[in-house]
Each structure stands twice: as C-alpha cells, then as structure tokens.
Design a protein around this ligand. Structure first.
Ligand code: CU1
Length: 168
C-alpha cells in the first residue's frame, strides 16, 4: 500500500512537471508579443464565427434584445434589422461609460455623417444608420472579455435605445 501510494505520488509529480512545462511554453508563446511575434497566418486555428441578430422593437425607441453574448476571440457577424416603419436607427458598440459622449459627438457630426463621429475612438463597431424596414450586417472581432454598451446614435434615441454585449 505504502509503495503504491508513493508510486502514485511519483506519477502525479511527473504529470505536474509536465503540465508546468506545457503551461510555461504556452505562456511564452502567448505573452511574448515582442520577443516572439506569432507568424502571420501561420497555422493558428481560425477564429470561431458567431452570428448575432438584433432588431428595433416596432415603433418604440428600443432594441428587441437588451443583451447579446459572444465568446472572447470570436469573429462576430451582426445583423441589425430596423423594424420601424418611420424611424432611422443604428447599432453602435461603444467603450463602457461613453454613452453620453458618443451620443453628443454623433449629434455634432450630424445627419450628413449618419449621426456618428468619424473614426470615433469610443466606438468599437457600428452599423450604418439604417432606414425604416431595412437592415445592415457588419463583421468585427470580439473585443476583450467584458461588458460593452450598445446604443442607437440617432438624436435622442440613446437614452432608451441601448443594451449590453457581454464578451465571455
Ligand atoms: Cu434609433
């Protein structure tokens, strides 16, 4: 019995060492951004593709989904459908805490810019301003794990027309 235990302990130690070695090399491969850059297109597994769909809620200033979820590291294809018969809407993913800022900058950008500031650093992804009854599909890489607000930047809509995308 004692012998059996120590043998098991020995094997366990071996596997731990093995695990550490594997873990260590993984850390080196992932963490060494400058020292060992990953070769471009070099055999990495393709990003998981995720399809998300969201719409506006009838004639209300609301999305039909308050929450969306996607895994970290995924490539997201999102379709936004404007279900209104009269209003324009968009879907804009923004950095946390920038709701008012993005909305104000969108208002300043005006109708000619589709109510969105050009190259807004607070905007992570966005559809175009979508006319009533139409839709727009965009593709973007999921940001880092976390919770990100999405809003409509048509003047006045962002106060009600918002939700949260969780990257997990
Ligand atoms: Cu809107």
């Amino acid at each position: 019995m004692a012998l059996d235990l120590s043998r098991r302990q020995f094997l366990k130690t071996l596997s731990m060492v093995g695990g550490l070695a594997v873990g260590g090399s993984l850390v080196a491969a992932c963490g060494g951004g400058e020292a060992t850059p990953a070769p471009a297109g070099g055999g990495d597994a393709p990003k998981p593709e995720v399809k998300l769909e969201i719409g506006s809620k009838g004639e209300e200033l609301l999305y039909d989904k308050d929450t969306l979820t996607a895994p970290a590291g995924s490539r997201i294809t999102l379709t936004f459908k404007n279900n209104s018969t009269a209003l324009q809407h968009n879907w804009v993913l923004i950095k946390p805490g920038t709701n008012e800022q993005v909305a104000n900058d969108a208002l300043a950008a005006g109708e000619a810019k589709g109510y969105l500031k050009e190259n807004d650093p607070n905007v992570l992804a966005h559809t175009k301003m979508v006319n009533a009854g139409e839709s727009d599909t965009i593709t973007f890489d999921a940001p880092a794990k976390g919770q990100y607000p999405y809003i409509c930047t048509f003047p006045g809509h962002h106060v009600l027309m918002k939700g949260t995308l969780t990257i997990e």
